[in-house]
Design a binder for this molecule. Sequence first.
Ligand SMILES: *Cc1c(COP(=O)(O)O)cnc(C)c1O
Length: 429
Amino acid sequence: MEDGPTYGFDTLQIHAGSRPDPVTGARQTPIYQSTAYVFRDAEHAAALFNLQEVGYIYSRLTNPTVSVLQERIATLEGGVGGVCCSSGHAAQIMALFPLMSPGCNVIASTRLYGGTVTQFGQTIKRFGWSAKFVDFDDLDALENAIDKNTRAVFCEAIANPGGYITDLQSISSISDKAGLPLIVDNTTATPYLCRPIEYGATLVVHSTTKYMTGNGTVTGGCVVDSGKFDWSANQKFPSLSEPEPAYHGLRFHETFGALAFTFHGIAVGLRDLGMTMNPQAAHYTLMGLETLSLRMQRHSDNALQIASWLEEQETVENVTYAGLKSSPYFDRVKMFCPKGAGGLFTVALKGGYESCIKFVNALEIFSHVSNLGDSRSLVIHTASTTHRQLTEEQQIAAGSAPNVVRISIGIEDPRDLIADLKQALSAAK
Ligand SMILES: *Cc1c(COP(=O)(O)O)cnc(C)c1O
């Protein structure tokens, strides 16, 4: 199918990037379970290796099933290209890799998925990179944190564990002014609820493990490029603007224009870091994406109904769901994700840590797992699990204080979910 701007989201989530298999007529995208692809002749092989012709060489770089997924996600996000990888965390490294070198830093929001706080706060130091964490509601602090070694600004559209919506418009005007790319992790919103590129994001990263796949079967990630950033405007991004020594001196920006970042991601990033998505994972994610809009609307509608109910319960201290009128971020929902605030929020119980443990243990429909964005409802006590490695201050800054439980609302019947929460709240008293 030719992807025209005239097609709606519901059409694109099913058709973008795919067409009936030209050889067999197979209507569904086949799982191309093949490591390598036969060259027509030696000239064809040389053209592929020189990136003069686009085609398939070896599945660490490209695979036809994965390519369909890349194109579909890029289309849904309104970007020019996408690179799928083995997980959301891989996508984050793949997004930073062309931009950073030893001594460089990324300015990151304090409100991030706990795993990202650890990846950015600790692990990337091994590459000589560093992160400066800033409260993204304090625009002056963000502006002041940017220095001559800053190469990117990073935030989540709807921050995990929920309840916080980033003011993408203000953040992107600051990154624009500083000549820096803005990277937005859109995992919890998905392009159905929010399209960060429309608010000025340069790159969008995803953990496709979550809502994009939607059924808890495979891990995966994707980096989408808006194609709008001028990598040659200054000397900050030599890997894209100057001859790239890792690809025999190719100038990616000059050669590929708006697709420079995507080509670099495949030809250097996947080639040398090897964080490749496998075709089976791409298949499951393609299946999930076909119903993304239906699921996200139901996740959001269920979450709003359940968060409203929880807020009224006497043992509940508060509920942080941006879709609630009581949320300080309610107005940002109207602006950045008017269809709904997603399926993720936290609830704080008056009974504290012990009460949270009892609550989680008593739930029956909700599963206690370290995941989110499944069609099933999930729950986790973040302070004792995903955010365990953070200090108490970091836990509180990330919205994961010891008396907080993160809830990922599924697409089940909301009446059953409320009944389950009701019995677990009384067990937790
Ligand atoms: C889960 C998650 C990640 C990491 O993704 P993986 O697929 O688990 O590597 C990154 N960001 C957010 C917001 C997430 O929820």
